[in-house]
Design a protein around this ligand. Structure first.
Ligand code: OGA
Ligand code: NI
Length: 362
């Protein structure tokens, strides 16, 4: 059974459609061998040796609510260092109720379990819906994942045609979660602004009216996890990504100093990472790091990524306060929509063909 993948060109509104298998359907057919289209070249395959054990920084968000200046300052420095050196951290005590994050995971699983013909009612168009994005040709190697994407904020941009109605309280739960994530994301952006020596609202203001996009990733079990990837290496394209993932199943890996390091799930925690836009606005202080997902042989995995980004008409560029003789301007200014055009016209391919287009060569 096939679903569609679309390559959308926002500049002229045209799109090209490719057929891609639904991975969940493939796995239910008791595969004897892995279809060719998923087999990665040797250099792209997941590590066969045990990855180096490194833990990404953990930030206690509760510290920012406390009166003690000392605790707050120490945690702020830790947060700043995490975003400069890792581009990733895990947030604990983030204030989003566990009942809500657990409910989010349940509704995603409920959606996955809907009959196929029900899910295909929400088939991807442009960039929203059930299917794959970043498929640019008929022979491109595919990710071992099924994806559902929705615009969640601002609410007037929501395309309700893509919002499933058969899964119980899907709409209410996602709306509520989206609000919580917006609040949380703004808090993190304000803290990062402050840490960079800027006015606390610099990042939130500079990014114009923020948009929020949700991507639900479903990684079915894979008979040969050593040959495939769940998501190809990429950096995220907004300011900030907030990822909610399964508690037990490891899948996310980040590229730390040239090595792929797995992110061990911490129950109840959220994984936060810096996206390309914040790397630009912070003039390279905060790093948008490449990451990927691997699959597992006998377990499936879900994750829910919320991308907080500037709206399309926003002009994005380094904060003038962060540019001086010692810190020359690293990126030219651009309109977010032009960056998106560049992005959606190809496959996910590390960072190179994305933010590099704005990089000022020294
Ligand atoms: C993403 C992403 C990783 C994961 O959706 O951008 O990087 O672990 N997901 O699902
Ligand atoms: Ni990502």
């Amino acid at each position: 059974m096939y679903n569609s993948a679309l390559v959308f060109n926002p500049s002229d509104g045209t799109s090209k459609m490719f057929s891609v298998p639904i991975v969940q359907e493939l796995t239910s057919q008791n595969l004897q061998s892995l279809p060719e289209r998923y087999i990665r070249s040797e250099k792209e395959r997941p590590n066969t040796f045990p990855p180096r054990h490194l833990d990404i920084p953990i930030i206690d968000m509760g510290m920012f609510l406390r009166d003690s200046d000392l605790c707050r300052q120490k945690e702020l420095e830790k947060l700043g260092t995490a975003c400069q050196q890792w581009g990733f951290f895990q947030a604990v005590n983030h204030g989003i109720p566990l009942s809500l994050t657990e409910r989010m995971k349940v509704i995603v699983r409920e959606f996955i379990q809907l009959p196929l013909e029900e899910k295909l009612k929400y088939k991807i168009q442009e960039i929203e819906g059930y299917g794959q994005s970043f498929v640019a040709s008929d022979d491109q190697i595919l990710d071992w994942a099924d994806i559902m994407s929705l615009t969640t904020q601002p609410t007037e941009n929501k395309k309700m045609d893509f919002w499933p109605t058969k899964a119980s309280d899907f709409i209410e739960t996602v709306d509520q979660y989206a609000l919580e994530i917006q609040k949380f994301g703004n808090t993190v952006l304000c803290l990062l602004s402050e840490n960079a020596g800027l006015k606390p609202d610099h990042f939130t203001n500079m990014s114009g009216k923020m948009t929020q996009f949700m991507r639900m990733n479903y990684y079915p079990p894979c008979p040969r996890p050593d040959l495939v990837l769940g998501v190809s290496p990429h950096s995220d394209t907004g300011c900030l990504t907030v990822l909610l993932q399964d508690d037990e199943t490891v899948g996310l890996q980040i590229c730390k100093d040239g090595e792929w390091v797995p992110v061990q799930p911490i129950p109840g925690a959220l994984v936060i990472n810096i996206g390309d836009m914040l790397e630009v606005i912070s003039n390279g202080i905060y790093k948008s790091i490449e990451h990927r997902a691997v699959t597992n042989m006998d377990r499936d995995r879900i994750s829910i990524a919320m991308f907080l980004s500037p709206s399309g008409e926003t002009e994005v560029g380094p904060a003038p306060e962060l540019i001086d003789e010692l810190h020359p301007c690293q990126y030219r200014r651009f309109i977010r929509a032009d960056y998106l055009q560049n992005l959606y016209s190809g496959k996910l391919d590390g960072k190179k063909n994305k933010i590099e287009f704005a990089k000022i060569k020294s």
